[in-house]
Design a protein around this ligand. Structure first.
Ligand SMILES: *Cc1c(COP(=O)(O)O)cnc(C)c1O
Length: 398
């Protein structure tokens, strides 16, 4: 007999039948260049651990020290009793790193978008006013959710297209109270970079607020300082979103920008008001990570060298690597079944790299996404490329 949970059973069964069900692998070792995955030692190209810091001894030492000095949890939200001196120090550190006036630390990058967008724009039913968000077609899910949560009208402009942004602003802005332009810095499916200078120019021309989410740019672009530094726009954006969970290797989100904006968001952001502060261990490790990145520019260089080496190796096999401009290298295969089979064989031969297909990427644009890091040696990359070649031959890709 059926019951109220049948819709779940049916959906799960359908997903399994159509091979859409996500089988989640278990990591049996820390995030690093090599990892033990489902009990098997493999060369890892799946984590966002760009600089190899997720298992770094200096960061681990900072986290352990913070546990001894501050305990394991803050036991309160930031606005009641959860703001420890560590958080204040980390925020000043992040603001200095991003060369902006102020920063607010939140629980994750995902959370940062939920926190930052609704205070800036929304819908005021009593006043009969609504705001408008201009959002890149391929923006990250956390931006989309933050935008929806705000109640503002969402207008999508074409991917990385300043002319489309301008057209949408011209058409829509007059009908709304105020506007916000928001874009990913680096788009993680293709590794392409938003034309931040041109988007900024358009937004500034119409006095629209500007926001960029630099999750995949920090520690990578601009000698490690991120996309805003890469374009020489330090201090110009109203809001910069960051994550401490990718290149920085830890956990946490950052909202950075002008003091007035951060002050305002700090007062209003619901994750700041209603969810407990980041743990002392995370906060201390984040600070140690930012210090480490600043003091070790060779890590960023290594990351780019590795990425160029790997990309050239794939291109030498005659396989397309899309239009990446970052260490994210999509190995374009086209057919989703082929990409899945390719990924499964790579794993069998000791390489862990994810297949991405529709709806994550457009139909017919399935790929293996290789996340390069500074944690790999040249021998690692040679070994990885050899295995890519072997699988490509076996599956008649080349
Ligand atoms: C990964 C990512 C996030 C989420 O960051 P977390 O710290 O993992 O929550 C947010 N925005 C973008 C653009 C991302 O790529």
């Amino acid at each position: 007999m059926g019951d109220k949970l049948d819709f779940m059973r049916e959906e799960l069964a359908a997903a399994k039948a159509e091979k859409r069900y996500v089988n989640i692998r278990t990591m049996d070792s820390p995030a690093d260049g090599w990892m033990v995955v489902d009990g098997k030692k493999v060369l890892n190209f799946c984590t966002n651990n760009y600089l190899g810091l997720a298992n770094h001894p200096e960061l681990k030492a900072a986290a352990k020290k913070a546990v001894d000095e501050w305990g394991v949890g803050p036991a309160a939200v930031r606005t009641i009793a959860g703001t420890q001196a560590l958080h204040v120090e980390c925020e000043q550190r992040m603001a200095a790193f991003k060369q902006v006036e102020a920063a607010l630390l939140v629980q994750s990058g995902f959370c940062a978008n939920q926190a930052a967008i609704p205070p800036l724009v929304g819908r005021d039913k009593e006043a009969g006013a609504q705001d408008v968000i201009f959002s890149d077609r391929l923006n990250h899910a956390s931006i989309i959710d933050g935008a929806r949560l705000s109640g503002a009208k969402i207008v999508v402009y074409e991917h990385c297209d300043p002319a489309s942004l301008e057209q949408q602003i011209k058409e829509n802005l007059p009908n709304f109270r105020r506007g916000l332009m928001v874009t990913d810095g680096v788009f993680s499916m293709d590794g392409d970079v938003a034309p931040l200078d041109k988007l900024y120019e358009v937004a500034a021309k119409y006095d629209v607020m500007t926001m960029v989410d630099d999750a995949h740019g920090e520690g990578v672009l601009g000698n490690g300082r991120g996309i805003v530094a890469h374009f020489g726009l330090e201090g110009q954006f109203d809001v910069e979103i960051g994550t401490l969970s990718k290149a920085f290797g830890v956990m946490g989100g950052v909202i950075a920008g002008k003091s007035v904006v951060i002050d305002y968001i700090r007062q209003k952001a619901r994750p700041n008001l209603f969810s407990s502060a980041l743990t002392p261990a995370d906060t201390a490790a984040c600070m140690a990570s930012v210090d480490y990145v600043e003091n070790h520019p060779e890590l960023v260089e290594r990351l780019w060298q590795n990425a160029e080496y790997f990309k050239a190796g794939i291109q030498r096999l005659g396989i397309d690597t899309g239009h990446t401009e970052t260490p994210i290298v999509p190995v374009m295969l086209g057919d989703v079944k082929l990409a899945k089979e390719f990924s499964a064989r790579l794993f069998e031969y000791g390489v862990f790299a994810m297949a991405l297909g529709f709806p994550t990427v457009p139909r017919g644009a399935a790929r293996i996404r290789v996340m390069n890091t500074a944690a790999h040696s040249q021998e690692d990359l040679d070994q990885g490329l050899e295995i890519f070649e072997r699988v490509a031959r076996e599956l008649d890709v080349i």
